[in-house]
Design a protein around this ligand. Sequence first.
Ligand SMILES: Nc1ncnc2c1ncn2[C@@H]1O[C@H](COP(=O)(O)OP(=O)(O)OP(=O)(O)O)[C@@H](O)[C@H]1O
Ligand SMILES: Cc1ncc(CO)c(N)n1
Length: 266
Amino acid sequence: MAKVLTIAGSDSSGGAGIQADLKTMMAHGVYGMSAVTALTAQNTAGVAAVQEVTPEFLAAEIDAVFEDIRPDAVKVGMVASEDLILVIAEKLREYDAKHIVVDPVMTATSGAELMEKGAEAVLREELFPLAELITPNVPELEILSRRKIRCEKDLVEAARKVWQEAGVNVLGKGGHLGGTANDVLVSAAGIRWYMGQRIDNPNTHGTGCTLSSAIASNLAKAYGLEASVELAKDYLTGALLDGLDLGQGSGPLNHGFALDGDFFRQ
Ligand SMILES: Nc1ncnc2c1ncn2[C@@H]1O[C@H](COP(=O)(O)OP(=O)(O)OP(=O)(O)O)[C@@H](O)[C@H]1O
Ligand SMILES: Cc1ncc(CO)c(N)n1
């Protein structure tokens, strides 16, 4: 069985962060493991509190995983502070981790800030060089590229700028653009669009976490980068199409929409 580690924050409401990642991994038939960077007291309407772990504790979590069950792929999500980013980079280098997907989480769907101002510079210098792919959404890509993104042409140009400057493959996600839900991959192989059907569903809490964990799961199963993104996009679309409607704000997806068989039926 392929093994995947998520290094991310916990979302008490279960729709994003570690919880979304582990559900996504299970749905992909891979063995999921986690190193928690922070606890968030969060629900579909907002983030009430954040409690970070210490750098020493995060290092111990990553050591515990790598020394025993070596992951085939690693997804990095919410990392709020520079000290924690530095620990992750050091440990991933130490263990020569493969297939690293970095989702540069900066704000929650509900609008709450999930990363210290300025930490993106450390992310870029320390973590991007280790990554096989980064998956910024529109606001994150605007910060990373220092450009305004209003349309798909802006999206691909900003993604290409970050690819050139940071030397990392970039999946620019178009979820925030409205109208379409197309994402663009800029890599050494060129530019590839993933055309998504825009689903009329306001419940998009955790879409980014889900997509990046699905990509990491597919990479762990030895799919190539382009196929991993394509399969992940299909999974995300299915989870949104399921139409789960929970909570008072932007609700979570149904990560288990494709789990079938008698065992799962009531
Ligand atoms: N309404 C929608 N219909 C279909 N696909 C969507 C919709 N909204 C977002 N997506 C897709 O979801 C994926 C995640 O993109 P998005 O831009 O929402 O990420 P994000 O803002 O990082 O997510 P989050 O912060 O909620 O975890 C992309 O593949 C995007 O195209
Ligand atoms: C813990 C956590 N990670 C990521 C996101 C972004 O969706 C969130 N809302 N919460």
